[in-house]
Design a protein around this ligand. Structure first.
Ligand code: ZN
Length: 191
């Protein structure tokens, strides 16, 4: 933390106090922050700060914990987005706006969002969504650890059991109950 990074209110003066030992020698300095006294001047500054100088352009940021100003944050986000691999949308996979929890499940969702926010669909930084990968069921693994189950032994109809359970799981994964999560794959759509 460097004190010069922070923007303090105009009337803010950081008061300095000397700690004196019994011989009258200063052994420590304390700096008055908004919420207490600190041994480090830059930490005291941070508590008074109303923003900081943007890392990239030096303009004030909105809050002391924000390293970039709003414009640079958008630029940074766009750069990270544009580095992602691109894939065409299949028309079925859910979509999400990069870095947000704004999801879309069909073209109408996107169209409505664009109308409400006066934005072109091609300007939405969309990413494809995926569904959690669930491992295949295996009766052998499922029973290991119970009673004196021996994984070397042959379970009658093992393959049939596995296939049946996996079939049900696969069907479930296709259902709407499974949540989507955004993937690092960008896409675009014109509505
Ligand atoms: Zn900036």
């Amino acid at each position: 933390m460097r004190e010069s990074e922070f923007i303090l209110p105009d009337d803010c003066v950081i008061e300095e106090f000397s700690m004196i030992d019994k011989d009258g020698k200063e052994f420590k300095k304390l700096y008055k922050g908004k919420t207490g006294f600190y041994g480090d001047r830059s930490v005291a500054s941070y508590t008074w700060a109303i923003g900081r100088h943007c890392r990239d352009c030096d303009k004030p940021t909105e809050a002391p914990y924000k390293i970039l100003c709003e414009d640079c944050m958008q630029k940074d986000k766009a750069q990270r987005y544009n580095k992602l691999p691109f894939q065409e949308w299949d028309g079925e996979t859910a979509l999400c706006i990069f870095g947000t929890d704004e999801y879309f499940f069909n073209e109408d969702d996107i169209k409505n969002y664009c109308d409400e926010n006066s934005i072109e669909s091609t300007d939405l930084m969309l990413v494809l969504c995926g569904r959690e990968r669930i491992p295949e069921f295996n009766i052998d693994h499922h029973l290991t650890g119970f009673w004196d189950f021996d994984s070397e032994s042959n379970i009658p109809n093992e393959d049939v059991i596995n296939e049946k359970v996996n079939e049900v799981i696969r069907e479930y994964l296709k259902s709407d109950d499974m949540p989507w999560y955004p993937m690092d794959i960008r896409t675009t759509i014109k509505v």
